[in-house]
Design a protein around this ligand. Structure first.
Ligand code: PLP
Length: 385
């Protein structure tokens, strides 16, 4: 008997036991204000600093800076607007077409600061089109914003190539990477890449909601975008969310070493099963085996069955998946990410996103395939052509 099969880990994740234990510890023992001068506060501050080091290390960013924020969205906003506020030049900002609203919603504000924005096109597989990007690059570019992994297609973006192009055409431009869907699930080495900043979010990796982080190079300039008590070196005022921060530390420390490998096996199992049973199934995003294929996100169009219909049918079986991206699903329109990849309206309307975590089991996937097959056969018969 199946209880619940949760395949929407790109929307949020279930807190793991070490995370729950860390939150309890924070709430029972480490609830002091880290800025106060007595010992319990200093102990709390020490634990916050230990998490800072743990997260920097996990991102290959030892010795760089990290600001704790309330979420991935705030980290992206701070990285982009906070940096652009410090620049003397006011040229162009290039933004990848697949970015999350945490980035794209900054565009009017970026333009208010006096910059022009331009979109970096996506290819059919959801990766940035490097040939077109090369043509957009010149010394007027101040900043490039490119995500690590796209939240809908699962496409891993060609960050090393983007950094090489930047070094060649606009060496003074900063690169900000939204790592919310990539951190821990796809390797990242901040130093080796040569990017200026990297944003991440706790609740996508089994930590609490309400905590995120922005990693940035020591020599990279960022100005605050919110004002108050001057915490986090003046970059993020507001008393620290110590329970959230400690949950993030526990999530990073306990993320399984072979989590990515395991998820990739489950993703292959899921896709092969769906494809075997439903010849019409189409994978949206980099194909299995491509270096751009992430281990945890699978986007599939099951035309002609609309994603909402399949989503509710699966929910009846206790299987939770997403139609496109959860952040956009309350807005009744075709996902801009899928349309930037050239999907037809019908394909986008029939797209389901399955997102896995290291706890997803092979049995979960077998059961999901069996239920999709049964629903598809029945629903297809009722769909008008
Ligand atoms: N960036 C990407 C790629 C995301 O998928 C999300 C959330 O879905 C965010 C940013 C926003 O993260 P948060 O929910 O922590 O604000």
């Amino acid at each position: 008997m199946h209880t619940m099969i949760y395949l929407d880990n790109s929307a949020t994740t279930r807190p793991t036991e070490p995370v729950i234990a860390a939150v309890e510890h924070a709430m029972r023992e480490m609830w002091f204000n880290p800025s106060a001068l007595y010992k319990p506060s200093m102990d709390t501050q020490k634990e916050v600093e230990a998490v800072r080091k743990t997260v920097l290390h996990a991102a290959g960013a030892d010795g760089e800076r990290l600001v704790f924020t309330a979420c991935g969205t705030e980290a992206d906003n701070l990285a982009i607007l906070g940096h652009l506020k410090t620049r003397k030049t006011h040229g162009r900002v290039l933004i990848f077409a697949g970015e999350h609203p945490a980035v794209t919603s900054c565009i009017p504000e970026i333009e208010r600061l006096g910059y022009r924005t331009e979109i970096i096109a996506a290819r059919h597989d959801g990766c940035a089109d490097l040939e077109k990007l090369e043509k957009q690059m010149d010394e007027q570019v101040d900043m490039i914003v490119m995500m690590h992994v796209n939240n809908e297609s699962g496409a891993i973006q060609p960050l090393s190539e983007v950094c090489a192009l930047r070094d060649q055409y606009c060496p003074s431009a900063a690169i900000h990477v939204d790592g919310v869907q990539g951190f821990l699930r796809v390797p990242v080495h901040f130093h080796r890449l040569g990017i200026q900043s990297y944003a991440l979010s706790g609740h996508k990796i089994h930590a609490l909601k309400g905590v995120g982080a922005l990693i940035f190079r020591k020599d990279h300039k960022i100005a605050p975008i919110g004002f108050g008590g001057g915490q986090e070196n003046g970059l993020r005022s507001g008393t620290e969310n110590t329970a959230g921060i400690m949950s993030l530390g526990a999530a990073v420390e306990h993320y399984p070493d072979h989590g990515a490998e395991w998820m990739m096996e489950r993703k292959c199992q899921l896709w092969e099963g769906i494809h075997r049973e439903i010849l019409e199934a189409k994978m949206n995003g980099p194909q299995i085996g491509s270096p751009a294929c992430s281990p945890h996100i699978l986007n599939v169009s099951l035309t002609p069955v609309r994603s909402q219909t399949m989503l509710f049918a699966l929910e009846g079986d206790g299987i939770l998946v997403s139609a496109g991206s959860a952040c956009a699903s309350h807005k009744q329109k075709i996902s801009p990410v899928l349309s930037s990849m050239g999907l037809s309206t019908q394909e986008a309307d029939c797209a389901l996103r399955f997102s896995l975590c290291p706890q997803t089991s092979a049995e979960d996937i077998d059961y999901t395939i069996e239920r999709i097959r049964t629903h598809y056969r029945m629903l297809k018969a009722y769909t008008r052509r």
